[in-house]
Design a protein around this ligand. Structure first.
Ligand code: PLP
Length: 306
């Protein structure tokens, strides 16, 4: 199984970083794979190996109709020879949006689950019914975050070849954040930026994933306290955008020639710029931000669809 090489680390042009005397870098995980981009690849890597080791031929997972995770699992299934089943939250709507079209075209079987049932998606009764319908499968949680995902994300920290004091990432389920905390192994500070409103829950989620990772590896990752979640940069909620965010994206892309995805990475970079202006990072610090990819979701959301 080909698992990708180290992704580039680039120094960003940023007036805010210059004024703060900070070196700002972007870890280009968006370049990791054309369809299984960013943190999705990192989170899937050990899960795919585990599925193969256990002899599973089918991956089953869950997600919303615009889920990058569903796309990534569908693409990974096609690339590595797994059948894939995606349980999609809500009712089927026509025409299929680009996310679900992509997943279907990769060969994913899509099953729609009404919202009340979806809430109980990992319950034993449901899983039993799904095994009756699809046979034996390897279950990937929504968003792909579990202890093996933490292990995969942790690996990227060792690819960073500049001395750093801060690692930053966007957060949806907290899996990527937990992975950076595990990879940092007590060094520096890890800062997650919640992409959704009410992001305080992410502290609990990331903490739980760290405990699961500790159970798997024996590394004392749940003891680390060098991490935090910034909850003030959600721009009104998940996938919500506003003119200041869009203006920031345009300026950033013009200055750096790097495309940003607006649901996660752009909100994090906006937050970092704001914290730079507030003197949060301290003069002389090096800050490494993670571009988590996911650009395939961008156009429909920019157009206000979904
Ligand atoms: C592009 C992208 N970035 C960041 C995240 C957030 O990662 P996590 O769920 O591990 O917090 C996601 C979704 O999970 C994503 O699709």
């Amino acid at each position: 199984m080909e698992m990708g090489r180290a992704t580039p680390l680039v120094r960003l042009r940023s007036g805010a970083a210059d004024r703060a005397g900070v070196g700002l870098y972007l870890k280009r995980d968006d370049l990791i794979h054309p369809q299984i981009s960013g943190n999705k690849w990192r989170k899937l890597k050990y899960n795919l190996l585990e599925a193969r080791r256990r002899g599973h031929g089918t991956l089953l997972t869950f997600g919303g109709a615009y889920s990058n995770h569903l796309c990534a699992v569908a693409a990974a299934g096609r690339a590595f020879g797994f059948c894939t089943v995606g349980l999609v939250r809500g009712e089927e709507t026509f025409p299929l949006n680009p996310t679900l079209t992509f997943a279907r075209d990769c060969g994913m079987t899509l099953q729609y689950v009404p919202r009340p049932q979806y809430r109980d998606k990992a319950g034993p009764a449901w899983l039993g019914a799904l095994r009756d319908a699809y046979g034996d499968f390897y279950l990937l949680p929504e968003g792909g975050s579990n202890a093996l995902a933490v292990r995969g994300v942790a690996e990227l920290v060792n690819e960073i070849d500049v001395p750093w004091q801060y690692l930053c990432c966007p957060c949806g389920t907290g899996g990527t954040l937990a992975g950076l905390v595990a990879g940092a192994a007590g060094r520096g500070q890890v800062v997650g930026f919640a992409a959704l409103k009410g992001g305080d829950f992410l502290r609990g989620e990331a903490g739980q994933l760290l405990r699961e990772h500790e159970g798997l590896t024996g590394e004392p990752v749940s003891n680390y306290t060098n991490w935090q979640v910034q909850t003030g940069y959600h721009f009104g909620g998940y996938a919500k955008v506003s003119p200041p965010l869009l203006a920031f994206i345009r300026r950033f892309e013009g200055e750096n020639g790097i495309r940003l995805e607006q649901v996660y990475t752009a909100k994090m970079l906006f937050g970092i710029e704001d914290l730079l202006s507030a003197g949060f990072f301290g003069r002389g610090a090096a800050v490494v931000a993670l571009h988590t990819g996911g650009l395939q979701g961008r156009l429909p959301q920019l157009d206000g669809v979904g």
